[in-house]
Structures are given as structure tokens and as C-alpha cells.
Write a protein that binds this ligand. Structure first.
Ligand code: NG1
Ligand code: ZN
Length: 533
């Protein structure tokens, strides 16, 4: 049975702020860090119950607010294969987080255990980590209180990137099985990925150094660790690796700054030379944006869509060269935020599917392909190789040395790529592999297709929940009549496209617009925003 007294006693130390309502959204619970104490305690208990429900499999808990400002924090649960928490539990977590007293919480827990048929005699195993936010240690202490109260077997992964935490979950749960994913330590992660990287760039000399903007976050540690292992092949030059100055995290730097502002972080201006490529991570190192300065020193952005195009083309080529094009097909998953230029380019070559915003939607859709490449335009993404594809790769008998080389490259890619979730460091090394193989600089990569000028704006509205969408969020069904007005506007712009959706992570409505020229994209975005407001 539930250790009611222990939960009750500990719960009283973590009262819920009376006026707040919490929601487990696309990125878990996410809000101001100093309001999340009660949520963390409850999440400790929920994570333990999730583990018991899944027969003692290890569940992950990541404490982070990713690209958001430093005072924010958040928490999300990771399911046993390293994927996002199953959707139905998001609702349970929300209900439990909003119970207003410890008595109410304990009652709701007992009811939940009954209705979800959780066998309390099963073990509970949880691994947890946090990013570098100052609010992290206190929040982790509250989480530990919850884990302890319910008697979970808990392992502290310390300050770590989100993708490493996902890796640890999968590696722990597959240890000793035929699906073993790797050693279940962060060293295991670094070794696995860097070994694959070194095999893939063996014989490639003179890869130019890469400037990496670490967003003054946890990615700085990961860059440091990888540097120790790969610096003979690729020199990583960290900037914005300041983990001590208060307020520095994600401030005027990082992947989200680059994507939203569409310009170079000011701190990179003195560092970046004409033609040199650089990239930015976000605050928990699961997003990656590349860019370079062209010969007129204009900033050129290579976002998630460009990464998807680069990587997909490379894998298609390898599959063909390995003699596997009849057996393995490559598909792409995007969201409505994918640039129209990329969608046009990719859909002329490969199957492309558009899904709703949120990693879980992309991830699940990508699982339906033999090789599924998914990236959000903001730089979050990865490549999934299906179980059947891995089997084909393991059994395929190449008939020429060239086929054998290509096959080895694909197998090494399956080791290089973090298949649990988007991973800025793994993706960075993947991009570098492709650039080295193709002898591309930023210029050649950029010229795969031309981005349509676009603009993303936030609109603060009284109630964002009245905005309801269909067709992978590309059309509004509510408020009634609004979509028709948007269509009417869009028609007046050459190559115009615009859509409106409520954010899943902020209390705003987002408006996205594209058009043939930048001023028109801006104008369209602001006129649509005017309709929404
Ligand atoms: P919302 O706030 O629902 O738009 C944002 C990003 C998503 C995803 C999530 C989770 C945009 C336009 N939206 O979601 O792509 O990354 O955060 O972090 O970039
Ligand atoms: Zn992130």
C-alpha cells in the first residue's frame, strides 16, 4: 500500500501556492522556478508510480526550462525507452499537481493508484538530472523528498544535458539485453558517440575548427567532455560558456535567440570570421542552430530545416551506395513552422509528413519510417532507425568494397545519433560528419534550397484556449470566422502563408508568416496578429 504517513509528513513541507494552476504541457511543467517546489515533490511520487506501473523500469526526471530565461524552471518525465511521457499521464500529472492540500493529494493518489491499476508491490526506479539554473538544487531537493517518501530507488545524474538524461534512461533499461543502448553512465554516452564520430571521419583531415555558443548553460560541460575525446579530429571553440554570472543563461545567446532574432549573438561578432561556420546550443543542449557569415559578412542561418535536408540527403545517398535503396526508405517529419522552401525541396525528393508542434508528435511520426528524420525549424530533432532497419543493416551482405564502406557508415551513424531525443551535441557531430564527407562549407550547405523570408510573433491574448486548430495546426477552427479572415489576407501576398496557434509552453498565441520578401512576411505577420489581438 501507499506509505501515506511518510507522504503526508513530507508533503506538508511542500505546500502548493494557493493561487497557481500548473499544467503538464509539451515541455512538462514549466514556469517560474520559485513556484515549482510543490510540483517537484509531487513529480517525485508520480515518477515512482510510473515506474511501478511499468514493472520497475527506470523512469527519468529532467529539471530544466531549456531555452527560457534563467528564472524559469521546469520538469519533465522520461519514459523507459528514453521517449517523452505517455500522453495520458500528462493529464494525471496535471490533476495531481493541482491538488491544494496534502490530504487532497494523498486521496487523489490513492484513487489514481486504483484507477490506473498500479501494483504498489513493484519496485520504483528513477534517474534524475538538472540543468545549470540557480533554482535547480532546491527543486531537486523537493523532488528527492517525493522519491524518498514513496521509497523509490533513485539515482542522481547531477548537472547534465537533457539528451544525456534520456540516453541514461534507455541505457539503464536495456542493459544486458539484445537492445543494449550503451553503458548507462555519462562516460558511456560520450564514449559511444565520440567513437562513432571518429570512425565516420577517419581519413578526413583538416576539418576547420567550429565555434560553439553554449548559451552559458550545461552544454558547456558537454562541449568540454567531447573536446577531450575528439580534438584531434575536430576542434570545438566554446563561447558563452560562463556558468557563474547570474542571468547569463540564454541571455542574448543560444539557439532560441538565433532562431527568433535571426541574427548573430552579439558575443560572437568578435570571434566569427567571414565564411567560418558556428553553432548555438540552447540551455539544456537539445537544440542546435548553425550559421555563418557570407562573403559580404551577412549572417546566414542554417536552422533545423537545413539540418534535416543536409542529413536526409546524406543518408539517402549512403543507403543507395550500400545497395539498400529497395529495402530502406527515408522519410521526413516537420511541423507547420518548417520553412516553405524546405518543404518544397524535401517533398520533391522524399516522403514528408507534417505534424503538430511538440517533440512527441514528431518522434512518433518518425517511428513509422524505416529511417525517420525529424527536425523542428528551431533546431530540435534527430534521426530514428527502425528495429527492422537495424536488422537489415546487421544482415546485409555488401557485394562491393564501396557498398561495404557505405554500409559501415550507416551503422556508425546509428551509433552517433542519439535516437532517444533531439541532442544538440550528437546533431552537431552528425552535421560535421556530413560536411566533412561532402566537402561542404556553410555556403554549399546553405545553397541546397532558399529559405522563404518569414516572421514569428507572439500575441498576448485574454484566453489562448479559445484558439483551436486542425490539420497539424495549420488551420484555426475556433474562434469562428477568424481563419477565413487570415486566408483573405494571405491571398494578397506572393508566396504568402500564415497560421495561428496557441503556444503549449507560454501563455501566448503564436503567429507565423512567410512571403516572397522579408518586408511582406513581416507585414503579413503583424496584420494577422492584428486579427488575433
Ligand atoms: P510552443 O510554445 O508550443 O510553440 C515551443 C516550440 C516548439 C517546441 C516546444 C518545446 C516554436 C514555434 N515552438 O512550443 O517547437 O520546441 O517549445 O520546447 O519553436
Ligand atoms: Zn532545450
Amino acid at each position: 500500500s501507499l506509505p501515506i504517513q511518510a507522504i503526508q509528513a513530507a508533503g506538508d513541507r511542500h505546500p502548493k501556492p494557493a493561487h497557481l494552476r500548473f499544467q503538464y504541457g509539451t515541455a512538462g511543467f514549466r514556469t517560474l522556478g520559485n513556484t515549482l517546489d510543490s510540483v517537484m515533490f509531487k513529480v517525485g511520487i508520480i515518477a515512482a508510480l510510473r515506474s511501478k506501473k511499468l514493472d520497475g523500469k527506470t523512469i527519468g526526471v529532467m529539471v530544466t526550462a531549456s531555452h527560457n530565461p534563467e528564472p524559469d524552471n521546469g520538469v519533465k518525465l522520461v519514459d523507459p525507452r528514453g521517449e517523452m511521457l505517455e500522453a495520458s499521464w500528462e493529464g494525471y500529472a496535471t490533476t495531481l499537481a493541482n491538488t491544494s492540500t496534502t490530504e487532497e493529494f494523498v486521496e487523489a493518489l490513492a484513487e489514481f493508484v486504483r484507477s490506473a491499476k498500479i501494483d504498489l508491490s513493484k519496485p520504483a526506479r528513477v534517474v534524475y538530472g538538472r540543468d545549470t539554473r540557480p533554482s535547480g538544487p532546491a527543486l531537486v531537493a523537493a523532488l528527492e523528498d517525493g522519491l524518498h517518501a514513496i521509497g523509490a530507488e533513485a539515482r542522481d545524474a547531477g548537472v547534465t544535458t537533457t539528451p544525456i538524461l534520456h540516453y541514461l534512461v534507455r541505457a539503464t533499461n536495456t542493459k544486458g539485453t539484445k537492445d543494449a543502448y550503451g553503458e548507462d553512465t555519462s562516460e558511456g554516452y560520450y564514449d559511444k558517440i565520440s567513437a562513432a564520430f571518429k570512425k565516420l571521419v577517419a581519413g578526413k583531415a583538416g576539418i576547420p575548427p567550429l565555434v560553439v555558443d553554449c548559451a552559458n548553460g550545461v552544454g558547456a560541460y558537454a562541449v568540454e567532455e567531447f573536446s577531450k575525446l575528439i580534438s584531434d579530429k575536430l576542434q570545438l571553440v566554446p563561447v558563452n560558456a560562463d556558468l557563474t554570472t547570474p542571468g547569463a543563461l540564454n541571455n542574448a545567446c543560444g539557439a532560441d535567440f538565433v532562431k527568433t532574432m535571426q541574427r548573430l549573438p552579439p558575443s560572437l561578432s568578435p570571434v566569427l570570421k567571414t565564411g567560418q561556420r558556428a553553432c548555438s546550443l540552447d540551455g539544456d543542449a537539445d537544440r542546435l542552430m548553425y550559421y555563418y557569415l557570407d562573403d559580404r559578412d551577412q549572417f546566414r542561418m542554417l536552422d533545423g530545416d537545413k539540418i534535416a535536408a543536409l542529413v536526409a540527403a546524406f543518408i539517402v545517398e549512403l543507403v543507395k551506395n550500400a545497395g539498400l535503396e529497395d529495402e530502406i526508405s527515408v522519410g521526413i517529419v516537420q511541423t507547420a513552422y518548417a520553412n516553405g522552401g524546405s518543404t518544397k525541396y524535401l517533398s520533391q525528393r522524399l516522403p514528408v509528413k507534417c505534424v503538430s508542434t511538440g517533440v512527441k508528435h514528431l518522434h512518433h511520426a518518425a517511428e513509422h519510417y524505416d529511417v525517420g528524420v525529424y527536425f523542428e525549424a528551431n533546431g530540435h530533432g534527430t534521426v530514428l532507425f527502425s528495429a527492422e532497419t537495424n536488422k537489415i543493416l546487421a544482415e546485409h551482405q555488401p557485394s562491393t568494397p564501396a557498398q561495404s564502406t557505405a554500409l559501415n557508415h550507416i551503422v556508425n551513424l546509428t551509433q552517433l545519433i542519439n535516437q532517444t531525443v533531439g541532442d544538440a551535441l550528437s546533431d552537431l557531430l552528425l552535421v560535421e560528419v556530413v560536411l566533412a564527407h561532402k566537402s561542404y562549407s556553410g555556403v554549399e550547405w546553405d545553397s541546397l534550397y532558399v529559405d522563404l523570408p518569414n516572421r514569428l510573433v507572439k500575441v498576448v491574448v485574454a484566453d489562448r484556449h479559445i484558439f483551436k486548430t486542425e490539420d497539424a495546426e495549420r488551420r484555426l477552427v475556433s474562434p469562428a470566422g477568424l481563419q477565413e479572415k487570415i486566408n483573405e489576407l494571405v491571398r494578397r501576398y506572393e508566396a504568402g502563408r500564415a497560421f495561428v496557434r496557441p503556444s503549449g509552453t507560454e501563455d501566448v498565441v503564436r503567429v507565423y508568416a512567410e512571403a516572397m520578401v522579408k518586408s511582406q512576411a513581416d507585414e503579413l505577420a503583424f496584420r494577422v496578429a492584428g486579427l488575433v489581438y
